[in-house]
Design a protein around this ligand. Structure first.
Ligand code: SAM
Length: 325
């Protein structure tokens, strides 16, 4: 369906849990883990009902995210269930990759088409400092397993921040050299604890990549969302940039998000505008659920305001891990 600004909204990002063993500095605030009570999370049945309603409104693409989606027991079974909803044509997953290796094949068999693995540095000590976990090897094993499992695409998401101490993010591009793995650079966004980091801009990064590997050639292809892709001579995979801060893409934004506790967020920067869980648990009829979703999507904000930090009660104040990035 279209929102009031004429944007086609066909992409739903479902955060299936707020649990995550990583404490990425730009994502999770504080060191102590405080998660939602189990009963606050949407059940598999509730998630399926939301997806059915969203699909009836024109959503065709689903992303499973979190928290760490693999921390939700039975994720492959849930994926199969959601991917089977009529109208859903694309089911993808974003994970920290640490627990991916043993389940990669099951997820592929369940119908997950693409996997994004978050990885911000290839330096073990920096990885541990950045995430709070000594898991670089497990993440790289997850990446290998994803490539072997035969997903349509495997992508590495690297968040860049000037003061993240991640070494040179351009070094991550090596992962795209020998195998068809796309490496995407995401400017750190001022959401939750991400507010304290300055992104490495796309222009700066593109310069460093070109100095190191040669010219970036526009690939002229787009995926589910805002990434712009480039090829480098001799590389099997592509290089992508997601530059929400320096080059906002709100005019083409096609997505809405559902938090693990069932709150609909039509824009990442603003608080949820619809309590879907209350509707589900209040026994709303399908028509009522669809009408509420339609209205919330219609009211999707025109744009984020990362560039002019604005105060206001409508602005999101939770960390990305609690929202579903
Ligand atoms: N745990 C999974 C993972 O690591 O991919 C899924 C959840 S994580 C919140 C989803 C994505 O959001 C990751 O690629 C992560 O790097 C990104 N992210 C988190 N905080 C961010 C921020 N402040 N700015 C930009 N991206 C962020």
């Amino acid at each position: 369906m279209r929102d009031q600004y004429g944007r086609e909204v066909d992409y739903l990002r479902l955060s299936v849990t707020d649990r995550c063993g990583f404490r990425c500095r730009y994502c999770v605030s504080g060191s102590g883990a405080s998660f939602l009570p189990e009963g606050d999370l949407l059940t598999d049945g509730e998630l399926e009902r939301v997806v059915r309603a969203a699909a009836s409104l024109g959503v065709t693409r689903l992303k499973l995210t979190g928290g760490e989606p693999l921390a939700r027991p039975g994720l492959a079974a849930l994926a199969a269930r959601l991917g089977a909803v009529p109208g859903i044509r694309s089911l993808t997953l974003t994970t920290n990759g640490a627990a991916l290796a043993p389940v990669a094949r099951d997820l592929r068999a369940a119908g997950v088409r693409e996997v994004n693995i978050s990885l911000d540095t290839l330096d073990r000590a920096r990885f541990r400092a950045l995430t709070g976990v000594d898991a670089l090897e497990r993440v790289l094993a997850g990446l290998d397993a994803a490539v072997e499992a035969g997903f349509d695409r495997v992508k590495v998401n690297c968040v860049t921040g000037e003061d993240l101490d991640q070494g040179d993010p351009a070094a991550l591009a090596e992962l795209a050299r020998a195998r068809a793995v796309d490496v995407r650079y995401i400017e750190s966004m001022p959401i939750g604890c991400g507010r304290t980091f300055r992104p490495v801009t796309r222009a700066a990064l593109a310069r460093r990549l070109a100095e190191r590997y040669g010219p970036l050639i526009p690939a002229g292809e787009r995926g589910n969302g805002p990434a712009e892709y480039y090829r480098i001579h001799g590389f099997a995979g592509r290089i992508g940039f997601i530059s929400a801060v320096s080059e906002p893409f709100c005019t083409g934004c096609n997505r809405v998000r559902l938090t693990p506790d069932g709150q609909l967020k039509p824009c990442l920067q603003y608080r949820p505008t619809l309590d879907v869980r209350a509707l589900l648990r209040g026994r709303a009829a399908d028509g009522e659920l669809c009408a509420a979703l339609r209205e919330a999507i219609w009211q999707k904000p025109r744009a984020h305001c990362f560039a002019q930090p604005a105060a206001g009660e409508r602005l999101e104040d939770r960390p990305m891990s609690a929202i579903g990035g």
